[in-house]
Design a protein around this ligand. Structure first.
Ligand code: LLP
Length: 404
């Protein structure tokens, strides 16, 4: 589908053309894919009518956030920087939630000044600080409290957040205790229960378990929450044969939950909105042949895309031009960085490729550029937005002069 006459296309622009025009490595996003992802997300949960707060940590590019705003989404932010970016992209404060275990007092004050919808507090100490700010301003502040439901998200261990051994949220006992403490507070207005059990979730079962825990706690507390913030975590298909989240089952679970609990739902999706809309285009520097495998050495590396090195994540690597010659040998796609983990993918056989050929690393829109660094003093790649036939630079390539 994405190949036309044997050439890889992002909307109506070929990867070859992008590489020629902007150089490599380069991040590219498809406007159309973002739009489709948003529309599909809205359609699936239409009857729930949720507030969808895009998780800015997955991609904080201002042009991307402006698209998010154009389609009416809010934002889930975790730092002052992300909050400023969301506001700069004209996302309305009343559609912004602030999460995170370690918000500084300065960040809390800043968020309160900006009149965002709510702050999802994750510890008693944090609530005490919010209370102090409320007292000094003589106003009641809206907060959510994040629950740690002790639910296994059955995802990569390193991106699981909802188990009791993880630093996130509060245990059931502490949650109920704080609810009682602040129930009649004149300074703290608890309007939300929030949960987020992890990322890249591909089964509805962890969500089911989480909703059961939430339901049980609401019953115990006899508290009416205006909002239930279910976080994000919806997984995407990094490979064709990978498991796919059954959204319609998740939707049904939420609907039956809402029959018992009349609240508004907030979602905080990141990956499911932007993940498959991003590509990393790279050029082959060398192919080093050994007896057991061919090392395909790319001009992109773990500093540009950290996920494989950090989590063992898999991203497909596709040739920009297809040919019919197969090389029956193991290929290992690696970067030039002096680290053994600077490795993207192992494939058993690959089509014939040569030095200077262009390849495309797929599904890098979420947690791609945001996790990039200048390791090995490598400048960060530019970001390009493709919309039909047009290409626009939305972040320039870093210049060595500016990082040395
Ligand atoms: N809400 C909260 C409170 C979160 O911590 C996260 C992600 C999200 C929402 C968005 O989750 P999503 O819908 O994107 O799964 N760097 C890792 C993922 C870390 C996710 C951190 N929290 C990766 O590259 O897979």
């Amino acid at each position: 589908m994405r190949y036309k006459k044997g050439q890889f296309y992002i909307e109506n622009v070929s990867a070859e053309k992008i590489a020629k025009k902007f150089g490599t490595p380069t991040y590219v996003y498809s406007h159309n894919k973002i739009e489709n992802n948003i529309n599909n997300f809205k359609k699936i949960f239409k009857t729930i009518n949720p507030l969808i707060c895009f998780s800015v940590k997955s991609n904080s590019n201002l042009s991307i956030l402006s698209i998010i705003n154009k389609f009416g989404l809010g934002a889930d932010v975790v730092s002052k920087g992300e909050l400023i970016a969301a506001l700069k992209a004209k996302i309305k404060p009343e559609k912004i939630v602030f999460s995170g275990v370690g918000k500084t007092i300065e960040e809390l004050k800043f968020a309160i000044n900006k009149k965002i919808l709510l702050i999802n507090a994750e510890s008693e100490n944090e609530i005490i600080e919010i209370e102090k700010i409320a007292k000094s301003r003589k106003k009641k502040i809206n907060i959510g409290i994040r629950l740690n439901p002790d639910t296994d998200a059955k995802t990569l261990k390193k991106i699981s957040t909802g188990k009791k051994e993880n630093k996130f949220g509060l245990t059931e006992r502490k949650f109920l205790e704080l609810l009682n403490k602040y129930r009649d507070s004149k300074l703290i207005n608890i309007i939300c229960l929030s949960v987020h059990i992890g990322s890249q979730i591909t089964s509805h079962i962890p969500y089911k378990n989480m909703l059961n825990v939430v339901d049980k706690i609401i019953k115990k507390s006899k508290f009416k929450f205006k909002y239930i913030d279910l976080g994000g975590g919806m997984g995407i298909q990094y490979k064709k044969n990978f498991k796919k989240l059954n959204y319609s089952k998740y939707n049904k679970l939420i609907k039956s939950f809402l029959k018992k609990n009349n609240s508004d739902i907030i979602f905080e999706p990141g990956r499911s909105i932007i993940g498959n809309a991003g590509y990393l285009i790279s050029k082959i520097i060398y192919i080093k042949k050994t007896n057991s495998k061919n090392f395909v050495i790319l001009d992109t590396a773990m500093n540009d895309l950290l996920r494989p090195a950090l989590y063992g994540a898999v991203h497909r690597i596709l040739p920009s031009k297809i040919n019919k010659t197969k090389v029956l040998k193991k290929h290992e796609f690696v970067g030039p960085i002096c680290e053994t983990t600077d490795k993207f993918l192992n494939v058993l056989n690959y089509q014939k490729i040569n030095q200077k050929d262009i390849i495309v690393i797929c599904d890098v829109g979420a947690y791609g550029i945001v996790l990039s660094s200048n390791y090995n003093l490598r400048p960060k790649p530019p970001e390009i937005l493709v919309n039909k036939t047009s290409t626009k630079i939305i972040t320039k390539r870093q210049k060595l002069n500016n990082i040395i």
